[in-house]
Design a protein around this ligand. Sequence first.
Ligand SMILES: Cc1ncc(COP(=O)(O)O)c(C=O)c1O
Length: 402
Amino acid sequence: MKHSRRTFLEAGLALPAVFGSAPELAAEPPPSAASKDSSFDPWVEIHRENLHHNVAAISRRVSARPILAVIKNNGYGTGVTNIAKLLEPQPEILGFAVVKLHEAHSLRDAGIHKPILLLGPFDEQNLADAVARNILPMVYTALGPALDKIAVKTQKPVPLHICIDTGIGRVGVPYYQAPPLVRDLAGRKSVRIMGTMMTFTEDPDFDKEQLRRFNETCAAFEKDGIALGKKHAASSFSLFEHPDAFFDMVRPGMAVYGIYPENEFRHSGVLDLRPAISLKARVIYVKKLRKGDSAGYDRAYIAKNDVWVATLPVGHGDGWPREAAKGAKVRINGDLYPVIAVVSASHCIVEIGAEEKVKIGDIATSFDAKPGSRPEDVSEACGASVYDLTMHLNPLLPRRIV
Ligand SMILES: Cc1ncc(COP(=O)(O)O)c(C=O)c1O
């Protein structure tokens, strides 16, 4: 099959509109402007309809409790401001949670006005700057004096969430040390407790113990008249496993992007999720290997027979994991082809078979929303985590909203 420049350009023009600053594919670049991005370079698509579908499905699952969408790590690969702009108009979304302070500021810079919870670290100056932009800190250490200073300046209490560690051991005040801290914060005029949260370890047995610890700790405060604000604990895993931990609000990330956090949940019937993130590129080279020819560093692949292979300009530097060479398949023109040899930084190779079925310029999909090439399919086939597939997508790749 021969590559036709004409059909390739038409395919490029048929691509959906580009959102934000991502480069556009153009048939003929204007004479003065040199192309900066190759039309062959990989890109990330964000599927608007599927996002909306997932949010509605989560909302039904949690009986219309508000959703605090976790959009940390560049919105799980979608682009933190892209995703916030897409989600903000949805009434089910109460606000957003990020870990990095710069992401919280980027959201405000982009005009996002819904609440933003900062799950990550900050110093006193960061705290003051964040509060000034209506970013809610997650607090679990003795920050009372710093909060007093800020409240004096702003002339209003600082809204915040308290994080209680019930066993994950990462951040949060250990539940057995929570009473003095929570009482101290609750007793200050400078503080407004908007929420109290915990994170499960997602160990089925220990989760039950964590939930018991959280419930008991919170009940003791509430008995003393301490208002804890909205209690929240449920990530995507808990949407499936812990309906008793939906509390006043849920805090999913992966499910919002339409991806099952565990492969076994796909067939549970609990939630119908539709992937909203795809990774695509165009075939850059097609050739026939002769029996005995090799491909990849260390000659990782040796052709058993004459075979057609295609080279894709997507590698681990783009976020396509090295594990993909251990069984992942890529969709080209509707068919799935195995990734062979090794995934190098900027390339991978797929085995096409005895016939030359693909041509230069054809779109190659690493993952999308179609059965067989969903992120969960890639994960099942090669062992890469769906979290790595999305969160490791290179932030510099163009993002296209479709
Ligand atoms: C504190 C916290 N809550 C919620 C989430 C969302 O998790 P998931 O993407 O599994 O829904 C995360 C993500 O790691 C998190 O760190």
